[in-house]
Write a protein that binds this ligand. Structure first.
Ligand code: ATP
Ligand code: MG
Length: 628
């Protein structure tokens, strides 16, 4: 079917469209009403229907594909690969669910999961789903304070952790972080279930609170636990946003709408069907991990590959060797991941047989053109930029190779996914802007299935964060966008990443793109710094792939002037060894900005590498490599 007709139908007749899509999953009781929109912007999809994510992801595949691989968990850190069939997954999840029940976890109770990319994290998620418990996976790279904040927001009955994770060969003990978080939290869980990988043999055990996974598992061997049938709109899980812009929000997802949206996206967007293989390099702690390492591939009966480790270990060809070995059809990663590879020899891209691989999707942040070209040429596959948010749970903008592949336009994530009524509007007047004009990307409610239902425990914050920006009731993405004549949307950065230079509004993203076209530049971050004369001026921080700092800095300024005009000329360019990033690999511009304006960088709990900030401090003390 043509994309245009498919999307149009989803907009013109949402109930008819989604009623059809709902047939892709199993329902215990069919939905009584496809869309209940009596209380805008809150909406209930498939109201009255009962279903279960675990049943759809596991049980229903047993007859047709019990012996097929469901999950392959590969760790280049521990060197262990686990190949798990649907039948084995069923066994593990049942045992885990039985363990949860024995720890007094039931329907509606929250369970915090704090684990690296390992098979037990997936078992834990599915076991929660099976019994109707609400999981909240917290990325294993977060420190104890972040964990404590999420514990207090979710108030879990149980926390499940690993003894340790590993990064680049270094063991990172998790248990001390869990202990510290439980001490800091006002509402610590009564029990902590620890899966020991033998990485931290001295991990502490708190008497009466801590439970050993291996021992409990043995006690529940062979257990079977009935699926709990949930009303479509009951919560399935919580997931906190990455906190690039402020205090993380507890995104709440439903059951039926989420399953249906994922099923649709798997075939139409990711072009993966039962029996095929999908490899997402995400961590289970992110939205991509939830949707496309766990639920999406399993709901459609595909094989999901989960990877723990660096993209460069044991060598920079490791991802491609996995694609070759398992016949991966669709791969999913991030621009950050590709930029890590870009610092390595491009010959690594050519060492493996990628004949099965069809598509590489990249999401999470702007995909700059030089990186897009580099990887397209390097692996000779179609690269599909994907735009979505933790809140939406699945793509908002994409191309849809499983339905009707449209041409790639570099710099654009493409066209609206089914069910999304997208508009680009003026941030002040709220009026739609014309093709080629810049505005804020908004979604006209009701939000399609799969998107958040609210912010956990805080409907007011849900309204205030997303629906309070315009006179009309609209969901603001908080991202700038331009739609071209063909309907392709370009994302220009976050609405709070705009700088005002002598009355000209400039997107920091445009300046970053321009700097990145310089061959020496690995990555550039642009911020607006207060200036007495002009209001704000652009300041660049960049990492280099090669070459001389002063020459590269001068070259970047020249390119910006040439491509964007003199008004965008960076006042100063600093070459640094590393840029401050969040744990999810996104630039933490607000910390750069604070340092450049000699302010306190504020909450750095989402910062990945504190060393990057020292780099920036030193560069500021040393003085700019160009300008200033
Ligand atoms: P927080 O909302 O807590 O500040 P965050 O916005 O970084 O954190 P995510 O939900 O992980 O949390 O990220 C979504 C955002 O990432 C989008 O709103 C957009 O700014 C950016 N983004 C995602 N994909 C793309 C893409 N393909 N192109 C450009 N930007 C993207
Ligand atoms: Mg956000």
């Amino acid at each position: 079917m043509r994309y245009e007709a498919f999307h149009q139908r989803s907009i013109d007749d949402p109930e008819g469209f989604w009623a059809e899509q709902a047939r892709a999953i199993d329902w215990h009781t069919p939905p009584q009403k496809i869309l209940d929109y009596r209380d805008p912007p809150f909406r209930r999809w498939f109201s009255g229907g009962t279903t279960n994510l675990c049943h759809n992801a596991v049980d229903r595949h047993l007859d047709a594909r019990g012996e097929q691989l469901a999950l392959v968990a590969i760790s280049s850190e521990t060197g262990v690969t686990r190949e798990i069939s649907y039948r084995e997954l069923f066994d593990e999840v049942n045992v885990f669910a039985s363990m949860l029940k024995s720890l007094d976890v039931g329907r509606g109770d929250r369970v915090v999961i704090y684990m690296p990319n390992m098979a037990e994290a997936v078992f834990a998620m599915l076991a929660c789903a099976r019994i109707g418990a609400v999981h909240s996976v917290v990325f294993g790279g977060f420190a104890s304070h972040n964990l404590a904040l999420r514990i207090d927001d979710a108030r879990p009955k149980l926390l499940i952790c690993a003894d340790a994770g590993m990064r680049g060969g270094k063991v990172i003990a998790y248990k001390p972080l869990v202990d510290a978080a439980c001490t800091e939290a006002q509402h610590p869980p009564p029990h902590v279930l620890m899966v020991s990988r033998g990485l931290d043999p001295d991990a502490s055990r708190v008497e009466g609170r801590d439970v050993d996974y291996d021992a409990l598992r043995a006690a529940h061997a062979g257990a079977r636990v009935e699926v709990e049938w949930l009303e479509s709109n009951e919560p399935s899980y919580l997931l906190y946003t990455s906190g690039t812009t402020g205090k993380p929000k507890g995104v709440q997802r439903d059951v039926g709408g989420y399953a249906v949206a994922l099923a649709l996206s798997m075939w139409s967007i990711y072009d993966v069907r039962a029996g095929q293989v999908m490899f997402s390099t995400s961590d289970v702690g992110w939205a991509v991990g939830h949707s496309y390492n766990v639920y999406g591939p399993l709901i459609v009966g595909a094989t999901s590959i989960l990877y723990e480790g660096l993209p460069t270990n044991p060598d920079p060809g490791v991802w491609w060797s996995i694609c070759e070995k398992y016949g991966v059809r669709t791969m999913f990663s991030s621009p950050t991941g590709i930029r890590v590879l870009k610092k390595q020899d491009a010959a690594w891209l050519k060492k493996h047989d990628l004949s099965q691989l069809q598509w590489l999707f990249l999401a999470g942040e702007p995909l700059d053109e030089p990186t897009a070209h580099w990887i397209t040429d390097g692996i000779g596959k179609t690269i599909i930029d994907n735009y979505w948010q933790t809140e939406t749970g699945w793509p908002v903008l994409s191309l849809m190779p499983g339905l009707d592949m449209k041409p790639v336009k570099f710099g654009s994530p493409g066209l609206p996914a089914p069910g999304y009524r997208l508009r680009v509007i003026d941030d002040v007047s709220g009026a739609d802007v014309g093709a080629g004009e810049k505005g804020v990307l908004v979604i006209e409610p009701p939000l399609p299935p799969g998107c958040l239902t609210t912010v956990w425990g805080d409907d007011a914050r849900f309204m205030q964060s997303y629906f309070s920006h315009f006179k009309e009731l609209l969901y603001s993405s908080l991202d700038w966008a331009i739609r071209d004549e063909d309907g392709y949307t370009f994302i220009l950065g976050r609405t709070d990443d705009v700088i005002n230079v002598a009355g000209h509004r400039l997107g920091t993203r445009e300046i970053e793109e321009s700097c990145s076209t310089h061959p020496s530049v690995a990555e550039a971050a642009v911020i607006g710094v207060h200036d007495a004369l002009k209001g704000q001026v652009p300041v660049v921080f960049a990492t280099l792939r090669e070459g001389d700092a002063a020459a590269a800095a001068e070259g970047m300024r020249a390119r910006v002037v040439e491509q964007l005009g003199a008004v965008a000329r960076p006042a100063r360019v600093y070459v640094v060894g590393a840029l401050p990033k969040t744990r999810s690999g996104k630039l933490l511009r607000r910390s750069l900005q604070a340092l450049a304006e000699q302010r306190d960088p504020g909450d750095l709990s989402t910062l990945d590498d504190p060393g990057a900030l020292d780099e920036v401090r030193r560069a500021l003390e040393r003085g700019a490599d160009s300008g200033g």
